[in-house]
Design a protein around this ligand. Structure first.
Ligand code: NAD
Length: 318
């Protein structure tokens, strides 16, 4: 049986699938050619990350396709209900990348409070005056320890962020539409651990009391989770991180708030206009940017590959 991993798959995942007798094709097929390729090559499984879209046209055209797999969490690039109604299995790997995304949140947070993104752009090649001017510009750094982080969306990634925040000595306020409380397990290198229970609070309280706010909700059907009104309700000088989905944060309101210093910095891994974010976002001196790489660590990609392989083997070989 053939598997087309159109957005790639880790070596470990590929080896596990090949050991189980599958042929794994990693040739990148252009979006408009995917259905033809699947039919011409008798492909049973289509694996994607976020680049390839699996819409109704592909699902309708590919009667022989048995499984559509998303290496990652969000399935907004797949018509999931339609595919399932057409008898296809649709799978993803929800837990594999949580720690990697959570670590990226802190990369952006540290960048924001110590101006790393800006200093990387502006470090002078030579010249004492320019160097001293930058030293002055970056003199007002802050510590995370003792500050409050507001986590909107307290699922897998939100909870992984909470765990790291507690480890850094931060206070955590979490808000979620459905989750009331969660037990966070802090593991130490020597095998010991402690459990910390965190109850969610109303989002209004989170907005009012947080020094930094980070979003971990899925793509929404009805508008922004953070727009102008929510930013108005935040503390002056708040930092905002979005490593979830572009459409949940109003970028126009964000730029306005950055320009007025209501928001001191933002860290963005996802954008309303992906893969072509707005120029004002790309050029803003107070935004730390990454190109949707939350899950792009070797460890997460290996876990994703193995988890996909295990699910495919269990669905098609047992
Ligand atoms: P999850 O399903 O475990 O948690 C999401 C939580 O958000 C749920 O508890 C849900 O109840 C809550 N929620 C939904 N709408 C809400 C709202 N309006 N207000 C408050 N809470 C709300 O998902 P997860 O695995 O933690 O992933 C979270 C997000 O991160 C998803 O959008 C996912 O696509 C994104 N993600 C991004 C990357 C990346 O590369 N940057 C990688 C993986 C996941």
């Amino acid at each position: 049986m053939k598997i087309l991993a159109n957005d790639g798959i880790s070596e470990i995942g590929k080896i596990e699938l090949e050991k189980a007798g599958f042929e794994v094709i990693t040739t990148k097929v252009a979006q408009e050619q995917v259905a033809n390729y699947i039919n011409a090559n008798d492909v049973s499984v289509l694996l994607v990350r976020s680049a390839t879209k699996v819409r109704k046209d592909i699902i309708d055209a590919c009667a022989g396709l048995k499984i559509i797999g998303r290496g990652g969490v969000g399935m907004d690039n797949i018509d999931v209900d339609y595919a399932r109604a057409a008898g296809k299995h649709v799978i993803n790997t929800p837990a594999s990348s949580s720690e990697s995304v959570a670590e990226l949140v802190f990369a952006h947070l540290f960048s924001g409070i110590r101006f790393l993104h800006d200093s990387n752009r502006n470090m002078p090649l030579e010249g004492e005056t320019a160097f001293e001017m930058l030293k002055k510009a970056y003199a007002n750094g802050r510590e995370l320890r003792g500050k409050t982080i507001g986590i909107i969306g307290f699922g897998r990634i939100g909870q992984a962020v909470a765990k790291m925040a507690v480890g850094l000595g931060m206070r955590v306020i979490a808000a979620d539409k459905f989750v009331g409380k969660a037990e966070i397990r802090l593991d130490f290198y020597n095998g010991q651990f402690i459990n910390v229970e965190i109850e969610t609070e109303p989002v209004e309280d989170l907005l009012r009391h947080s020094d930094f706010i980070t979003l971990h909700v899925p793509a929404q059907e009805n508008g922004y989770v953070i727009g102008a009104a929510e930013i108005d309700a935040m503390k002056d000088g708040v930092g905002i991180i979005n490593c979830s989905r572009g459409g949940v944060l109003d970028e126009v309101a964000l730029i306005k708030a950055l320009d007025s210093n209501k928001v001191s910095f933002a860290g963005l891994d996802v954008f309303e206009n992906e893969p072509n974010p707005e120029i004002r976002i790309l050029m803003h001196p107070n935004i730390s940017l990454t190109p949707h790489i939350g899950a792009a660590t070797l460890e997460a990609q290996d876990r994703i590959g193995s988890e996909l392989a295990a699910q495919i083997i269990s669905l098609l070989k047992t």
